[in-house]
Design a protein around this ligand. Sequence first.
Ligand SMILES: [Zn+2]
Length: 557
Amino acid sequence: MAGEVAAAEVIGVKHLSSAEAAAEEEKLRLLREAVHALPVSAVKDLWSIGACVRCIFRLFGLHELMCSHPSLSISKWCDILEDVMRNKDGEFNEQSHQERSRETNFCKICLGILQFLYYDDTGTLLKKYSADDFAVVISELVKQQYQQIDSFSLEVSLPSVVTENDQAVWLYMKNKYRHELWFQEKAECQFISTKDIFKLLVINPLQRLLGVKSTQSSFRVRLTYSHSDALTRDDVQEGNGGNKRRKTGFTGDLKTTGESVTPHVESFDSNIVDGDGLTKVCPKEAQDLSCNNLMAKLDKVGKPCSLAIHCCRSSTYIGGRYLKYSRNVSQTRWVIDDERMGEASVEEIIGGAILPIFQGDNYKFHAAGREDIDVRMLGTGRPFLVEIQNARQVPSEALIKEIEKKINSLESQYVRVKNLRAVGSQGWDLMREGEAEKQKQYAALVWISRPVSDEDLQTISSLKELKVAQKTPIRVLHRRSPLEREKIIHWMQVERVSGSSQYLLLHLCTQAGTYIKEFVHGDFGRTQPSIGSILGCRTEILQLDVTDVKMDCFQEE
Ligand SMILES: [Zn+2]
């Protein structure tokens, strides 16, 4: 593995032009210069505590430097640190040489996170040598699953023990070095948490590899680090029979900063007040911050974290209008006591065609209003929206047209779609816009208990903007609250049906939400007036079609 890294570095160098190589040299020179300013004793100190080289750099406030070298392997960072320190202090070599073996171990502070050392979802321990290498793992996963993304947002979740370690080490440093100039100048004001530095390290290489920017995106990359030693520090200490009173005091103090909150300097200051305040306010805790005590705390965790990488995309929406030609197809999947009602559903026919193309996890079907299973949906169709969850693929306009063709050429011929198109989440607003005012047109085949007269036809056709009071129909009382609603029948036209004197074809335009079946038969007087009450005879509705839903949404442009 080490051989591979060296080779990669050589190849990297080979591709550089002389100007680029010079720039690289200059960057390395600056890096060495910055490292040279570090206090040898404090570096040794952190190293002996078990900090990884990246934690050392970040604890000295050199995070920017680190982030500007994403391709530099961890062993290279060690070489530089060791080399520079050796120049300052001849004895450094001896110590760091021993400590180098630590590089195969995990960092006691970040638990391997900044070393890109982690257990993957199969429980295999993996180590990536640089931020670039680690970003490749994520980008390959994203590219494998998602055909196309236009931006991403990176979400990182770390176990609380890492936050606690950050806080403990920072308190330790502050306690020990607060009087030293290097600490006051840099480390004190530039403390960056493991989580923040991790994001800073990974985001640039990831942007480059994915070829898109990191922003507030509908596409999220979630990195969740967890630790199977899910013991809090309290548990660990109590389990070891430590001095509970003293140590609980210490952890209590840490916890007030909140384990999910990134530990910024401000949050520490609010607890500690100032350098002197630390010993005054909590002298016992200060004793606790000795090197041995800190190491004892850090040593409680015996292995690196596990990492789970999840990507997900916010819902994608496809809108259109549907027509339904069957009187045995419900709008949504309808199952009563494990028994399916109707032959199919509009929802499943359309969603089932869209989902595999988008490669989403799931879909939801939303329509502007609904018709009963035995009512056909004709004319310009009914607006609908399909919400696809976590789509791996965002199809082009052409592919969406293909989906439309595919649905319309299905053998069953129950459902057709029109004007299928991708819409943003504003599709919702389009659907709701004017829903209350929208009009609907119907054609109903009606039977009456006596022969139809010319007067009947005239009576019905003459009614305009007829107000109708409808109590919640008996057939839906089990799922709708009992209310009385006023609806408007805008106009009606009637045709005789040839060959039968007791049938008529009723065309009507109504306010949305009118119960048409009840308006025809009266629902035992619960709808007033009704066709029955107007004609003074018994009436039944035999068939109903929706012939138009007057909404602009997803109409042809
Ligand atoms: Zn570390």
